[in-house]
Design a protein around this ligand. Structure first.
Ligand code: FAD
Ligand code: DHB
Length: 405
């Protein structure tokens, strides 16, 4: 069945949410708990959204938030709580590995629980609650954002043209979605930094060779040993930007990881196993302001991107929608617009803190080929692993500041 685009089927809700990634799904859950109806509009299929291998580390405030809204059960059962990270460097043939204990320094931990698992829990909650969602839509467009009757139009999976009118539109559609460009150019301002390197990320069916994550500085480039479960490791290597993944055979990947992570040093060994996924991730910092325009509210990657070092992307998306749900509830249920009016400024305080921290971790750990940079990086690594103040600063940012700080 096809409905002419000029006469779409129209429905009404309180909040129309564009994008059903973690930001959009969590926002719909939080609004539902406050009795605020929403409809999700997503251009991919549920399986595609679930199949994306992305973040793996949750800050304690993200875990606390998810637990407080009924989504903590599987995290507690299947997630893995980490007290801190290992930081290491290898220089002139000498390697040092130090454990930095976040709990000792700031009283907070982090959890290993993949973004795919968070998404699975959120999708299950949506289905249980029977909340409306349109998947595999096309031609998504936002309208009348500066009026009190904004709407979103799209073609649904059956080819039907639809319009959803709402009190507010939440742009949770990631970096490439249509929401951010819907803020007029004269209003929108952007800040951006691209880095002269990328990450090659692999997933391997092998038990992690470490209890907690290892961030490694090495003259050949950065390496990170992370994990997804007791049987699955997640590993990353610094590579040139736009590197062709075909240049990296499994054997070359394991050899580079062994060298950079210090296989054989002080009796530590890197276990190898079948690689099940490989991809190159670009590294970018990006912030768009304001995060509100008229009745459009941006959240998550739609408004900002951080480089992955420090694992902030998913946590920032969770923090944004927590603030946004409070703001929309106060406005739409209690008639109090103050939090909606301050949403952009409130969210951006944390965005800039995480933007700085991700840039700082990235700059400390990735080799540039410049000998001056190298000395500064080694000095900084020695400082954060030997000074209480240095370690506490890293720990406070990594384990995450309270939402709404
Ligand atoms: P997204 O997860 O991007 O969700 C946006 C949703 O909007 C998607 O489902 C998309 O399909 C949908 N959408 C897009 N266009 C439209 C449209 N036209 N209409 C309707 N829907 C649309 N962060 C970390 O902390 N650690 C990591 O290791 C890490 N690794 C990453 C690896 C990759 C390859 C990428 C891309 C990101 C990674 N991130 C990582 C970042 C983290 O995954 C994101 O910050 C997080 O997904 C943000 O959630 P979001 O819901 O805002 O955006
Ligand atoms: C992971 C990704 C990160 O960027 C990071 O800093 C730590 C862990 C991960 O994918 O597991």
């Amino acid at each position: 069945m096809t409905t002419p685009a000029e006469n779409p089927l129209t429905e009404r809700t309180r909040v129309v949410i564009v994008g059903a990634g973690p930001a959009g799904l969590l926002l719909s859950h939080l609004l539902d708990l406050e009795g605020v109806e929403s409809v999700l509009v997503e251009n991919r299929s549920p399986d595609y959204v679930l199949g994306r291998i992305r973040a793996g580390v949750l800050e304690s405030s993200s875990v606390d938030l998810l637990t407080s809204v009924g989504l903590g059960e599987r995290i507690a059962r299947e997630g893995d709580e980490h007290r801190g990270i290992h930081l290491q460097w290898t220089h002139e043939g000498h390697g040092e590995r130090h454990h930095l204990d976040f709990v000792d320094h700031v009283g907070r931990s982090v959890w290993i629980y993949g973004q795919t698992e968070v998404t699975k829990d959120l999708m299950a909650a949506r289905e249980r609650a029977g909340r409306a969602a349109y998947y595999e839509v096309a031609d998504v467009a936002l309208h009348d954002l500066e009026t009190d009757r904004p709407s979103v139009t799209f073609t649904d999976a059956e080819g039907v043209s639809r319009r959803i009118e709402a009190d507010a539109v939440a742009g949770c559609d990631g970096f490439h979605g249509p929401s951010r460009p819907a803020v007029p150019e004269g209003v929108r301002r952007t800040w951006e930094r691209t880095y002269p390197y990328a990450w090659l990320g692999v997933l391997a069916d092998v038990a992690p060779s470490t209890d907690e994550l290892i961030y490694a500085w090495h003259p050949d480039g950065f390496a990170l040993h992370s994990m997804r479960s007791a049987t699955v490791s997640r590993l990353y290597l610094q590579v040139p930007p736009d590197e062709d993944v075909a240049q990296w055979s499994d054997a070359r990947i394991w050899e580079a990881l062994a060298t950079r992570l210090g296989h054989g040093q002080d009796g530590w060994t890197l276990q190898q196993g079948p690689i099940t996924e490989k991809s190159v991730l670009p590294m970018r910092s990006f912030v768009a302001t304001p995060m509100r325009h008229g009745r459009l509210f941006l959240a998550g990657d739609a408004a900002h991107i951080v480089p992955p070092t420090g694992a902030k992307g998913l946590n920032l998306a969770i923090a944004d929608v927590t603030l946004l749900a409070r703001a929309l509830t106060a406005w739409l249920v209690d008639g109090s617009p103050a939090l909606a009016d301050s949403y952009s400024d409130d969210a951006l305080r944390r965005v800039w803190r995480c933007t700085h921290f991700s840039w700082w971790m990235t700059s400390m750990l990735h080799t540039t080929g410049d000998p001056f940079d190298e000395q500064l990086q080694l000095s900084q690594l020695r400082w954060v692993t030997s000074s209480q103040a240095g370690a506490a600063g890293l720990a406070e940012n990594y384990a995450g500041l309270p939402i709404g700080f």
